[in-house]
Design a protein around this ligand. Structure first.
Ligand SMILES: Nc1ncnc2c1ncn2[C@@H]1O[C@H](COP(=O)(O)OP(=O)(O)OP(=O)(O)O)[C@@H](O)[C@H]1O
Ligand SMILES: [Mg+2]
Length: 373
């Protein structure tokens, strides 16, 4: 059902995305795949649907979104998340028996338990065991780190050296990593940073974009049709919400339960709230000194803008000249975080609803506030 608001688990329920499905399927033997995309665009759905179809018994899904609200991620937190991901899927006695030989692992029935205290389990040992098990079974074990950028908040441990070790040595493992666009790339994996343990490693990149108008209209029509409804206001919905599948799904779900206008307004409000949280997360990540500057750039770019317009707007706001390199670095940070997109010589906002999110927005540390909410 297209208007099911949970993560889609089956290819049957996934609308379109044929190219991305094929690319992911074809990459399941590669060591590293990175799936980029805005919030709610369908990253988790793509991965789960493809893995349930093509690798149902050999993937482990670690959902790091659970740490979104936490200030930091401890070794214990991460090990527990890994433990949950194995317990959710493990059906193999052989895997359990291999894991049981590692220090810091205990097995009870079909459940594995990792210790994080003095006798702490080592991540590399767990990966070694999974790799050996996959080799024995003639399989590829796939480990998904969903929303990996949360691991930037890791305290007292670092996953990257272990990932680099696995990349170089464990031939039966594939890592699929997701995150909101370049945030996971620049802040977590840092594949282009010579200081990063993963520097220079090749990877497959898959970017999920919002639907275009034609796709969005078809998505809505088909979704309503599943409920026996002929829907002829899809263009209006696209006009308001844009093409992010998450918002379209939520709208469809709501419209089946309430009136058209109410469904549209509620979805819009929710989407704008989430986008505001994303913007404020970015600003609060140690950059609040530049808050006014970032928000000013986003405001100036709601209908598209040039580099020179940005510079002029910032100078007008501050009443002084600004160095070009400062303007460049502000823009680059917004691009890296996917809050801004470059199209030719113009900068635009990536999501239609961002316009509403940006106007009147003020971010305070760990809070979103605005007169316009
Ligand atoms: N191609 C699609 N076909 C049908 N529904 C989709 C599709 N893509 C996304 N959805 C729906 O959109 C919503 C968001 O999808 P999903 O959670 O997979 O996105 P995400 O990118 O992982 O989001 P988040 O950034 O919040 O983790 C869900 O309700 C999902 O069912
Ligand atoms: Mg997700």
């Amino acid at each position: 059902m297209l208007f099911d608001i949970r993560v889609k688990e089956s290819l049957r329920d996934l609308f379109d995305r044929d190219d991305e499905i094929e690319k992911l399927r074809a990459s399941l033997n590669e060591p590293l795949v990175v799936v980029f995309g805005l919030r709610r665009v369908g990253k988790s759905s793509l991965i789960k649907a493809v893995l349930n179809e093509y690798a149902p018994s050999n993937y482990f899904y670690i959902d790091l979104r659970r740490f979104e609200e936490s200030g930091y991620v401890s070794y214990r937190d991460f090990v527990k998340a890994l433990e949950d991901s194995i317990n959710a899927r493990v059906r193999s006695r052989r895997l359990l028996s291999m894991l049981s030989r590692i220090r810091g692992v205990s097995i009870s029935g079909f459940r594995v338990s990792f210790s994080w205290g003095r006798d702490r389990v080592m991540l590399a040992d767990i990966l070694d065991s999974i790799n050996d098990w996959a080799g024995d079974e003639g399989l590829r074990a796939i480990i998904v780190l969903d929303e990996a950028q949360e691991l930037v908040k890791a305290r007292g441990f670092n996953v990257l050296p272990v990932l680099a070790y696995a990349y170089d040595n464990l031939r039966n493992l594939t890592f699929i990593i997701t995150g909101s666009e370049f945030r996971v790339f620049t802040k977590f994996l840092k594949l282009n940073d010579p200081e990063s343990p993963l520097f220079g490693r090749a990877y497959v990149s898959i970017t999920l974009k919002p639907f275009n108008e034609e796709q969005a209209v078809e998505f809505l029509r088909r979704g309503f049709k599943e409920h026996g409804i002929e829907f002829d206001r899809a263009e209006e919905v696209y006009e308001e919400l844009g093409g992010n599948p998450g918002w379209l799904t939520l709208f469809g779900y709501r419209a089946l339960r309430m009136g058209f206008n109410e469904a549209l307004n509620e979805t819009r409000r929710e989407a704008v709230d989430l986008i505001r949280r994303e913007i404020c997360n970015f600003i609060n990540e140690g950059r609040h000194l530049a808050e006014r500057r970032y928000l000013r750039i986003l405001e100036v770019c709601v209908s598209g803008c040039r580099w020179s317009t940005i510079k002029m707007a910032l100078e007008a706001m501050e009443g002084r000249e600004l160095n070009n390199s400062i303007v460049d670095s502000l823009i680059k940070a917004l691009l890296d975080y996917s809050l801004l997109i470059k199209e030719g010589n113009t900068y635009v906002l990536p999501d239609k609803l961002m316009r509403d999110a940006v106007i009147g927005l003020r971010c305070f540390v760990n809070a979103v506030n605005s007169d316009n909410v």
